[in-house]
Every structure is written in structure tokens, then in C-alpha cells.
Design a protein. Structure first.
Ligand code: AG3
Length: 292
């Protein structure tokens, strides 16, 4: 869109409200086999990657989403060694996962190779992950990939787009149940579960389905400024239990974070009232216990 000589990109979060970027330069704009891909340069947010017109990452705030989708499950697991990432083609989630000393192997299944290529070319702070020898990159459909996996992963992270077009398959009961089977005993699944403020129906649907499959399902949030309002993450324990914190690993990794920390680890599970209604349907969850 051009307004008074400015090039703008906008994503509408509802019928009437949205986010606008002033675009300095379009670096990439193409149709892949699966979706429309765009990378553009901005002054305040660095490079921005969009898929089908939706903002996936900006260099300025990607750390929030990626730290939260990776470290909350990893530091609540006693000893995560093998992780599966579904989606996450920009590499940001893999980058954060691979910072953990305990991690021996990360399988990452991304359907669209063009996203990986775009990241390698334009998003060096995220695509560093692709140089790590512990990363096993698979170009393919995550839905198919998990079908025949059993007791393989300590943690599964679903870093998908919105539940429309190619993202849809990653929001089904069947897929969640295959993921549960793919988890080892005590395994944890985390998925990005959309905006409870702008898309409560999507969020409700996601948690209804997760609840049909997993013993314990919780939700945590983060504020990602370039996504539609407050952002939610589904947190599922294959064999039940409560949210823990692995103090020992946290201390020994001794990582520097920009958003995540021990307080946030637990606090992010405290939900605003409107969200509790969507996710927990009036059931109170008091069992977010501090262990450690
Ligand atoms: N994946 C989740 C982004 C969803 C954003 N939705 C939107 N802008 N409407 C992000 C991928 C980062 N690795």
C-alpha cells in the first residue's frame, strides 16, 4: 500500500484494527509452493518476514516469542535431550532450543523450504541455528512426520502459522494425538495457540482439542508486540503433573535472556480472567506449583 509516497505493509487483526509498518525496502516477495512470502526492511523493527500477509517475525521482537516457546517447556522438563520442532522455518525456535546444554538432537520439520532459504539469506540472527550439527532439518509435512513416531521426543514444539491454509493440519485432534504418541514418558508439548483477545474462537477450539488428548493442558502467555495483542501458548503434559522449573539446568546453562527468566516461567501461566474462561471454562487451576 502506498500512502503519501510511503510504502506500507499492514496486517489487520480484526475487521477494523491492525498493525502498519513503514517499509524501507522490499527484499523478497514471492509465491512459494505453499504460501506468499515477503521480507522487508523497516527502520525501527529491522527485517520483517511475513507469510500470506501475516507477520511471522521481526528482528526487533522475535526474541520474545522464541524465548518463550522454547525455554518454558525446556526448563520445565527434567532432562530434555531430543526435541522435535514442527514449522519454525525461520530458525528462531531452533536457535533458542540449541542453547540448552542438555540437547543432543533437534529434528525440525518445515514444509516450506523457501522460508528456510529466505531466513538464510535475510535473517542471519535466526538462521544461525541451521549451522548447528545437532539440528536435523527435514523438509516435509509435520503431520505426516509424526504419524509413525513413538516414544521419541522429550519435548515437541509446534511453531506454526495461523490455523488457516497450510497451518490447518497442525491444529487437529489427530495431529495432537500423534504428537502425544511421539512423546517419551513425561514429555511436554507446546504450541503457539493464537491471540485470545482477537481470535477467542480459534483459541477455544485449540484448547478443546488439546484437552481431548492430553492429561494436563495449561496455557501461558507472552506479549509479542507485532502479533495481535496478548499471545498464548498451549502447554501439555503427556502424563500429567504440574509445571516445574529445572533450577539445576537453568543455573548450569547460565544463559542470558532478554524476556524469559525464572519469575516469568511461572508468572506467564497466570491468565487474565477473560482468558481463563476461554481456556479453562470456569475450572480453576491452582496447581501451578513451584517445585524448586
Ligand atoms: N509463528 C506464529 C506466528 C503467528 C502470527 N500470527 C499473526 N501475525 N496473525 C511465528 C513463527 C516464528 N518462528
Amino acid at each position: 500500500m502506498t500512502t503519501y509516497g510511503r510504502v506500507e505493509f499492514s496486517e489487520f487483526h480484526s475487521e477494523s484494527v491492525g498493525l502498519i509498518f513503514k517499509v524501507e525496502k522490499i527484499l523478497l516477495s514471492k509465491k512459494s509452493k505453499f504460501q506468499d512470502l515477503m521480507v522487508f526492511e523497516t527502520k525501527s523493527h529491522g527485517r520483517v518476514l511475513t507469510l500470506d500477509g501475516l507477520v511471522m517475525v521481526t528482528e526487533k521482537d522475535e526474541f520474545i516469542y522464541h524465548e518463550m516457546i522454547a525455554h518454558v517447556p525446556l526448563y520445565s522438563h527434567p532432562n530434555p535431550k531430543k526435541v522435535l520442532i514442527i514449522g519454525g522455518g525461520d530458525g528462531g525456535t531452533a536457535r533458542e532450543v540449541l542453547r540448552h546444554k542438555s540437547i543432543e538432537q533437534v529434528d525440525m520439520v518445515e514444509i516450506d523450504e523457501e522460508v528456510i532459504n529466505a531466513s538464510k539469506e535475510f535473517l542471519p540472527t535466526m538462521s544461525v541455528a541451521f549451522k548447528d550439527s545437532r539440528l536435523n532439518l527435514i523438509i516435509g509435512d509435520g503431520v505426516e512426520f509424526v504419524k509413525d513416531k513413538k516414544d521419541e521426543y522429550d519435548v515437541i514444539i509446534i511453531d506454526s502459522t495461523d490455523p488457516i491454509s497450510i497451518g490447518e493440519g497442525l491444529f487437529t485432534r489427530k495431529f495432537y494425538s500423534d504428537c502425544k504418541k511421539a512423546l517419551k514418558e513425561g514429555g511436554i508439548l507446546v504450541n503457539q495457540s493464537e491471540s485470545p483477545f482477537y481470535d477467542p474462537k480459534w483459541v477455544e477450539g485449540i484448547y478443546d482439542k488439546l484437552n481431548d488428548i492430553f492429561k494436563v493442558v495449561k496455557s501461558y502467555t507472552a506479549f509479542c508486540p507485532t502479533y495481535p495483542a496478548i499471545w498464548s501458548f498451549g502447554y501439555c503434559l503427556k502424563d500429567g503433573g504440574e509445571v516445574k522449573f529445572n533450577e539445576e539446568a537453568y543455573k548450569s546453562d547460565n544463559l542470558e535472556f532478554k524476556y524469559y527468566n525464572k519469575d516469568i516461567h511461572f508468572a506467564s501461566f497466570s491468565l487474565p480472567t477473560f482468558m481463563k474462561k476461554i481456556v479453562y471454562k470456569g475450572k480453576e487451576w491452582e496447581n501451578i506449583m513451584r517445585v524448586n
